[in-house]
Design a protein around this ligand. Structure first.
Ligand SMILES: Cc1cc2nc3c(=O)[nH]c(=O)nc-3n(C[C@H](O)[C@H](O)[C@H](O)COP(=O)(O)OP(=O)(O)OC[C@H]3O[C@@H](n4cnc5c(N)ncnc54)[C@H](O)[C@@H]3O)c2cc1C
Length: 447
């Protein structure tokens, strides 16, 4: 059900969407933002803010917008969140601010407001990095090495630099951004926005060193050279399953697919020649791909496959209502023609002689009992060209550091070493990574 007064982002038509990788949702205008702000009841309890992992001062920001003080609103937003143009696009607001608004389903669309202010900051330079730079530096300039340039690393880098620290970010890949670059597709988060965000941090003074994979020995050197270290290496290792036939070259992980399409820019085909398996144009929408799993990664993989020309089935061992993916992602996937098969799990992969569908995937039925998923004997078969695994991910520990990390704590067992984001949580969310990054920065600055 749609509410007449609520601000909804305009979206590209699903038939148009699956023909390209253009951003699906459109930005809003100032007058739309002002109208939305006017609906806020400025309630005393502020559940939007208390339920936000970074406690964004939503009512106060909205009050400033009502007074036409956009610059002040952006400055207040930046006090807690260095990446508003990104979180405005990808944060699961339905779980945090919007999901807890006193207006219930008619909630204030804060994601759209945040994105508006974030985009203005990056595209129109409403606040220059110069204006944010600390006027007086603390007496001793501390140096901090951050390992990993995903949202956790970027957040720590921002808050530390703002407070006068000398920050160096070391990234294993040759481009900055972590999952924001290699995982989340262009149609949800344009690379142009990410690039502007990174330039903003560079102008603020953050130094990025790419193609620098930090191993155990490098970490020992960093400990000698820097006052503090923050490990923000994420959870980018795909989980796998051990079933007969899984070694078929037609079974790949969602990470591989998304890395090729996003990071290696296969989405720019034919301008970029990164190879990616796609049906011949005459077979568009006739060749099946099966995605196993139903989280954010699975939805992104399914939607990317639709754009590559596949007919897509998502196979999930639970009901789709139990998926951890954003509600908008599931809805968009459905609109784009992705089909869902619930309560099934693959148990065997074999080959066929069919040139179009050379994979035979045997799925067993499942039953959910509490937290457990039980595999039943009854099976069914799907025929496909490609099977993509998106069944979770594991953390990227630097060798020898696993025992230092306390789950969900930004403090490690080592006094000068901190950790943030998916490395302490397992696969989580961008905003939680931002929150951890900020907490690490605060803990470093308190020393
Ligand atoms: C496909 C996909 C879609 C998602 N969609 C959403 C979404 O819509 N909304 C949402 O809130 N969350 C989403 N998430 C989750 C979210 O992206 C992560 O929770 C978040 O990126 C974690 O941030 P991070 O900084 O901890 O790690 P990452 O973003 O994983 O960044 C870690 C970085 O560390 C680097 N690194 C690793 N090891 C080393 C090393 N030894 N030396 C140097 N560098 C190293 C990696 O190359 C990487 O760049 C999604 C995740 C995926 C995979």
């Amino acid at each position: 059900m749609r509410f007449p007064d609520k601000l909804y982002l305009a979206e590209l038509d699903p038939n148009e969407r699956i023909e390209n990788f253009a951003e699906v949702t459109r930005s809003v205008t100032l007058s739309q933002v002002q109208q939305e702000a006017a609906r806020c009841l400025s309630c005393k309890s502020k559940p939007c803010s208390t339920n936000c992992p970074i406690h964004t001062k939503i009512p106060e920001i909205i009050r400033l917008i009502k007074n036409n003080s956009l610059k002040e609103a952006t400055l207040l937003l930046l006090k807690d969140n260095p990446l508003p143009a990104i979180t405005g696009r990808v944060c699961p607001q339905e779980r945090y601010c919007e999901g807890n608004c006193v207006l219930a389903k008619n909630s204030i669309s804060f994601g759209a407001i945040e994105r508006f202010l974030g985009d203005k900051l990056l595209l129109e330079s409403t606040i220059s990095p110069e204006e944010l730079k600390p006027k007086e530096l603390s007496s001793k300039k501390i140096s901090v090495a951050i390992i990993g340039s995903g949202p956790a690393g970027l957040s720590s880098a921002f808050f530390l630099t703002l407070n006068g620290a000398e920050v160096a970010v070391f990234e294993a890949l040759d481009k900055v951004g972590g999952v924001l670059r290699y995982g989340i597709p262009e149609f949800r988060l344009p690379k142009m926005i990410l690039d502007l965000q990174i330039s903003f941090l560079e102008e603020l003074g953050v130094q990025f060193f790419t193609s620098c994979r930090i191993e155990k020995e490098d970490l020992e050197k960093l400990v000698e050279e820097f006052d503090y270290i923050i490990m923000a290496t994420g959870a980018g290792l795909p989980r796998l399953i051990d079933i007969p036939g899984i070694n078929s070259p037609r079974v790949i992980t969602a990470n591989e697919l998304l890395f090729r399409v996003n990071y290696m820019e296969a989405y720019k085909f034919p301008e970029k020649l990164t190879p990616v398996k796609r049906p011949a144009s005459e077979l568009r929408d006739k060749v099946h791909a099966v995605v196993v799993g139903a989280g954010n990664t699975a939805m992104d993989a399914a939607r990317v496959l639709r754009r590559l020309g596949y007919k897509v089935i998502v196979a999930y061992r639970r009901s789709i209502s139990e998926s951890r993916a954003r509600y908008a992602e599931i809805t968009h996937a459905m609109e784009e023609g992705v089909k869902f098969k619930e309560y099934v799990v693959p148990v065997k992969v074999s080959s066929t002689n069919d040139p179009i569908h050379p994979l035979k995937i045997t799925l067993a039925k499942t039953k959910v009992e509490g937290k457990k998923v039980i595999t039943l004997e009854k099976t069914e078969t799907l025929y496909a060209s490609l099977m993509v695994l998106a069944i979770g991910s594991r953390r990227n520990f630097i060798e020898g550091t696993r025992d230092w990390i306390k789950d969900f704590s930004t403090k490690t067992t080592q006094s000068r070493i901190f950790a943030a984001g998916d490395i302490i949580r397992g696969a989580a969310t961008v905003i939680e990574a931002v929150a951890d990054g900020k907490r690490c920065a605060e803990q470093v600055l308190e020393r």
